[in-house]
Design a protein around this ligand. Structure first.
Ligand code: PGA
Length: 236
């Protein structure tokens, strides 16, 4: 799906999202933090305020989280998502499933996450994309059947994290939902905006399908929509 500018892009995604939620209020979703979804989240906050949609029966899983950041660091994924979306919508707190990178037993937390996702797969996985083709923190080289787990971040992902932080202690690891649960989602929406995403979008859609570019694995998914603004689509 290609939209002329980022505003039209955000409005179209929000409209589709409202329609999905209105059709299935108990939607099971995973949500990304980061810059890409910001205008979409702003639209959804307005839609909730205007009574056009409600998240009160939905469940939202955090897609990924940085390790090594203070709990109150505004750059932590959960905190970004809270500021951009959760604080402005009516999703009950207990229906938000975070990924606490500080958990004493991180493996147990990851297993519990996967168990929940196996019992009831995601209805809708909303994803951003890294310039290296990562989905969540599933970096290049990640297998299609990877589980929720602790991961080491690639150098470009470490550098990119600096865009969200007000200090120079960049995270080198994180926790992410694995490719398996993402590929098992009933529906996947991949979101990308801006010229800096054009090359990886070209590779994702027209390059080899391979774990070298995890986003390309979405081409094996039967129900994936790629939402692009004109700049992200400029090399197609
Ligand atoms: P961005 O991050 O939305 O801030 O560009 C996307 C990602 O790295 O997955």
């Amino acid at each position: 799906m290609q939209l002329p500018d980022t505003q039209a892009w955000a409005e179209a995604i929000a409209q589709a999202w409202c329609a999905r939620l209105n059709a299935q209020p108990a939607l099971h979703m995973c949500l990304p933090a980061g810059h890409t979804p910001t205008p979409v989240y702003a639209q959804m906050t307005r839609a909730v305020a205007g009574g056009r949609v409600s998240f009160h029966r939905a469940t939202a899983f955090l897609l990924d989280e940085y390790g090594g950041l203070r709990k109150d660091d505004p750059g932590r994924c959960a905190n970004m998502l809270r500021t951009q979306l959760l604080d402005g919508i009516d999703l009950p707190a207990q229906q938000f499933v975070g990924l606490d990178a500080d958990a004493a037993d991180l493996d147990a937390l990851c297993r519990a996450h996967d168990q929940q996702l196996a019992q009831r797969p995601l209805d809708l996985a909303i994803l951003g994309i890294g310039t290296n083709g990562h989905l969540g923190m599933n970096e290049p080289g990640t297998a299609a059947d990877s589980l929720t787990r602790r991961v080491a971040l690639h150098a470009s992902t470490v550098a990119a994290s600096g865009r969200y932080l007000t200090h120079a202690h960049l995270p080198t690891w994180g926790v992410t939902i694995g490719m398996k649960a993402l590929l098992e989602a009933r529906e996947v929406w991949l979101l990308a905006t801006g010229e800096h995403k054009a090359a990886v979008i070209e590779h994702t859609l027209h390059g080899e399908i391979s774990s070298a570019v995890p986003a390309s694995l979405l081409r094996t998914h039967p129900n994936c929509v790629v939402w692009l603004d004109a700049e992200a689509a400029s090399r197609l």
